[in-house]
Ligand binder design. Structure first.
Ligand code: I3P
Length: 300
């Protein structure tokens, strides 16, 4: 359910978990291996202190209804895990989609590290040339490696992250059919097409999602947590099932950083290094407009 990296492992962790029951169908995306099924309808995600700090604050924030309930740290096989509610518990064979929010997918501090201690990565070079062999520079080709920030920026401009402030990472329909090939899904039309496929053209579901997203936007505008954080690499988890039930939750706070008290962000302004803007609300505005357009096209 948390995090976003089925792309890393090619196969959706959802499939790895053989989702036969709602309890098992719990991870739409995420670094495979980071998740476990917990007791009493919970899920466990590999411990990350930054994420724990976020959840502790979120449990006392206006955003609480829009995040999984957090239940503290548990140990399994000598590993620490953050324990939280499995958001899919109340759905019947749900369909799930992971949408990564924001106009930037790496933290400013990652840029600084990349400058001070550059560590070009071969795995990211390979992922890059698999999509477009023309992209690496002569130097990157010689090294057969690229910096992570360079890779992340390239992914942003290739997808709708840079143009719309969000991108579809992947989805799984209730049939189990999995779609993860969205690296080049960039235009509003392409996003609309993908979304329409996810909801199987069911406008009742689109309507449900729109209501959730508009409520979320209202709450974000008042949230103390949101005001005080740079929210990067966080996703919205969309869930619906055949009964028409829908839900949207914010997940994955491993790269959400508290802002120094002298910095304020509006989450809509363009990012320039140092201003810490993440484009989260800009993306949410565009996501809402995109879904609203689907509804208008149906009504027209
Ligand atoms: C991955 C994606 C993830 C990122 C991961 C990338 O690329 O950008 O968000 O994890 O970095 O490999 P892709 O989607 O193209 O597979 P983080 O957000 O946690 O940094 P990683 O390989 O260092 O985990």
């Amino acid at each position: 359910m948390q995090n976003s990296a089925w792309k890393k492992h090619k196969t959706s962790p959802l499939l790895l978990m053989a989702p036969k029951t709602p309890q098992q169908l719990m991870q739409v995306a995420g670094h495979a291996g980071d998740f476990r099924v917990g007791d009493y309808g919970t899920m466990l995600k590999k411990f990350c202190e930054r994420e724990q700090q976020c959840y502790l604050r979120l449990m006392k924030d206006a955003l609480r209804p829009f995040v999984p309930a957090y239940h503290g740290v548990v140990q399994q096989d000598e590993e620490d895990y953050n324990m939280m509610d499995n958001l899919l518990n109340n759905f019947s064979t749900p369909a799930v989609m992971d949408c990564k929010m924001g106009s930037r997918t790496y933290l400013e501090e990652e840029l600084l590290v990349a400058r001070e201690r550059p560590q070009p990565r071969h795995d990211m070079y390979e992922k890059m040339v698999a999509v477009d062999p023309e992209v690496p520079t002569a130097q990157e080709r010689a090294q057969q490696a690229v910096l992570k920030t360079r890779y992340m920026q390239w992914r942003e401009t290739l997808s709708s992250t840079s143009t719309l402030g969000f991108r579809i990472e992947g989805f799984q329909k209730s049939s189990g059919e999995c779609h993860t090939n969205f690296k080049r899904t960039k235009s509003r039309d392409q996003v609309t097409e993908a979304f329409d496929s996810f909801v199987e053209s069911n406008t009742h579901i689109v309507w449900g999602y729109l209501r959730w997203l508009k409520q979320l936007r209202q709450v974000l505008e008042t949230s103390d947590f949101f005001r005080a954080h740079e929210v990067v690499g966080s996703s919205l988890l969309f869930v619906h099932d055949w009964t028409g039930r829908t839900g949207v939750w914010m997940i994955d706070f491993a790269k959400t950083a508290a802002l120094p008290s002298h910095i304020t962000v509006d989450h809509r302004s363009p990012w320039v290094e140092g201003n810490r803007e993440d484009g989260y609300l800009w993306g949410l505005d565009n996501l809402i407009d995109t879904l609203a357009n689907i509804m208008e096209d149906v009504i027209d």
